[in-house]
Ligand binder design. Structure first.
Ligand SMILES: [Zn+2]
Length: 375
């Protein structure tokens, strides 16, 4: 197997389960991709990330091009070797983060000139340079370079950004060329405007990609508006190729997206929350720094099989967070990533069995109970 392919194994309503085959291994879908921004999923060893059930990681082009630099990573054997993760990696195009993090941005038809938020040095990112950087990193799934305008934005502004992104999608396709075993995904834009989403999907399908992302959501529009777009947007994309919803989300966002036909997602939330004392459990969000945990000998979640829940009490997790100990971020991140992967496995099994509705009803009913009563 040297190519890249997607097999759909079962559907339940609009939800799908299947697998993406890559030379670096299989990605079971629906898949959640932990984010390894600076060539590390913060506070986790790669083997620990794998132990949570992750098949694929996401790396950030913008961060890696600034530090340590794509050429340096290439000289050191590529991103997989550099960060000691031998399974698939998806890299974003840098477009989104250039717009949200970089300084002194200047956007033209050609691309974006900007100053690094790290040291102020000048860079240029375009469809062609983004494809080259992602090639140097050795990414398995490469994302087309796009512009994602901040919401709210006028219809005119969103149309302009979407059409520029579609011209850049064609240039990304041309620059990517033919790379067996590597995939290029196009990114649908258009904000919350249905006519723009339709136009964008049509343009991407005409160019032709190995998979299709839904961009421009999870940027502050709220869950209702996001689901409103997903209610029709996934059906605009080819049924026989993977669909990736970028930057989502909270556990209930993920469940709702899968119900609406999404196959892949990524989000910093489980790892970032872990470092700020926030745990996500079957019964909702738990703030471990809350004083009510200080004497609680019970685990975070008695049904969870992660190291944080099998080896440690809420009292311990509370103590190490308050004491600023590194193990606090390590344990909570592990738990959160484990829980996210448990959700994905639960949905994959339920879709295969045709019981997703019952699974989702149980998911919401358990959350509605709220966290366990204080002792
Ligand atoms: Zn746990």
């Amino acid at each position: 197997m040297t190519g890249f392919s997607f097999t759909l194994n079962a559907t339940d309503g609009r939800a799908r389960t299947g697998a993406i085959q890559t030379p670096r291994g299989e990605i079971r879908t629906p898949a959640f991709m932990p984010v390894g921004t600076a060539a590390t999923v913060k506070a986790m060893l790669p083997e620990s990330v794998r132990a949570t059930g992750a098949d694929i990681l996401l790396g950030n082009t913008y961060h890696l091009m600034l530090r340590p630099g794509a050429e340096r990573i290439a000289r050191l054997g590529g991103l997989h070797r550099f960060m000691n993760w031998d399974r698939p990696i998806l890299t974003d195009s840098g477009g989104f983060q250039v717009m949200s993090l970089a300084e002194l941005r200047k956007l033209t038809e050609e691309g974006v000139t900007f100053a690094s938020h790290v040291d102020g040095s000048r860079y240029f990112l375009s469809p062609e340079t983004s494809m080259e950087i992602q090639r140097l990193l050795g990414s398995d799934i490469v994302m087309a370079f796009d512009e994602c305008p901040a919401l709210p934005a006028t219809h005119e502004r969103q149309a302009e950004a979407m059409r520029l992104s579609m011209r850049w999608a064609q240039r990304s396709r041309d620059a990517f060329g033919d790379r067996p075993g590597h995939a290029l995904f196009g990114i649908m834009q258009g904000g919350v405007e249905r006519d723009l989403r339709e136009e964008s999907a049509e343009a991407l399908r005409r160019i032709g990609f190995d998979g299709y992302a839904i961009g421009g959501l999870a940027v502050g529009e709220g869950q209702e508006a996001m689901f409103g777009v997903l209610d029709y947007a996934t059906d605009l994309l080819p049924a026989d190729q993977p669909r990736y919803l970028m930057g989502v989300g909270k556990p209930d966002d993920i469940v709702g997206a899968v119900q609406r036909g999404v196959d892949m997602m990524d989000c910093v939330l489980p790892s970032r929350s872990g470092r700020t004392g926030q745990a996500w459990t079957r019964r909702g969000q738990v703030n471990i720094k809350n004083a009510r945990h200080a004497d609680d000998p019970r685990p975070l979640d008695e049904h969870c099989t992660c190291p944080a829940c099998t080896g440690y009490s809420r009292a311990y997790l509370h103590h190490v967070f308050r004491a600023g100990e590194m193990i606090s971020g390590m344990l909570l991140t592990w738990h959160n990533l484990h829980y996210y992967q448990e959700i994905m496995q639960g949905m994959r099994d339920a879709i295969a069995a045709g019981t997703l509705d019952a699974w989702v009803a149980d998911f919401h009913a358990t959350r509605a109970q709220g966290d366990i009563e204080p002792l």
